[in-house]
Design a protein around this ligand. Sequence first.
Ligand code: MF3
Ligand code: CO
Ligand code: CO
Length: 358
Amino acid sequence: MLEKNAAARQKLHATRGAREERRAELVFERTDLPAERRLAHVQTRGRAAHVTLFCDGDEITNLLEAHPESIAQRPQIQTVLDAVAPRDDDSRMVAILNAREIEAMRRAGEAAAATLAHVGERLQPGVTTADVDAWVRAHTAALGGIPSQLGYQGFPAAVCTSRNDVVCHGIPRPDETLADGDIVNVDVTTMLGGFHGDTSATFVIGEASRETRDLVAIARACRDAGIAVVREGARLGDVGAAIEETARAAGVSVVRDYGGHGIGRSMHMDPHVPHVGTRGAGMRLRAGMAITIEPMINAGGPGVRVLSDGWTVATADGSRSAQFEHTVIVTKGGCEITTLGATAPDRATTLPSCRARP
Ligand code: MF3
Ligand code: CO
Ligand code: CO
């Protein structure tokens, strides 16, 4: 998952600032454009002048509705408005995959899902997280893939193993033995054919308490609630809101400092995908975008801390944390999950798994 760090926030603000500036410039300040490409002739009514400066894409559309005659006579103006519409502005940072690239994403996703299932079948009390790392290396290689996480920004292992109060980015260790009642998230990312598939599941080892089993079930339900709203035209805020509401209804919290991410030719790409949000806010999704949805759900508060190894993220209050992740490709009517795999790896819970919706 991607850290929602200060640099990322800065970038977000910078993007928004530039957008507003550019729109203002196009509408009011550029005198060097040919007359028909300026909006000077557009007679603004009511809020129109204001919304042109500060609005989002929907309000730009409202401006078009307010002045249909002028727009119809000036097709160039439509072009200018299309060019500055924020849905395109934000989403311009995000790759749109073509049919061949989507096919490659399917193969990478299938490989990651198969490796996760392979590991899941072998987990039992007495297994160490270093065993998991060895299995991931061997299985990924047997499929012709490369573990994307090995060496990523110096990460020292092929897989993340996050046990009990560890939220994410846990480093496998030979002295970390899984015991009856533990939970462990195994996060597999595979590069195959130049593209990445990223998927994780939280497994219950032996018999766990009712509270722990519920937490795991809720985490999966949160991921699936997020996936369920993905479709062309939906906004990232819709995804975050669906996850946040599911968690809140269950009395657990969503980690805010890390989120999902765009994925494709790199493991981590634009956009950042928050697991909290406001319906109707955020970037619009477009068909062909690939993102991960991977909410981290804490039994206690949402706060996290990074341990002294510089990687392991744990809950601030010591409560347990669970997570499930899929890679999805946005389609017109929904999304395709590339990491569903033949065997559902998240067998730890009894909730129905989210299916692909072409
Ligand atoms: N697979 C993780 C994710 O879901 C990436 C972890 S980065 C690592 O985004 F370096 F810690 F491996
Ligand atoms: Co991810
Ligand atoms: Co992952």
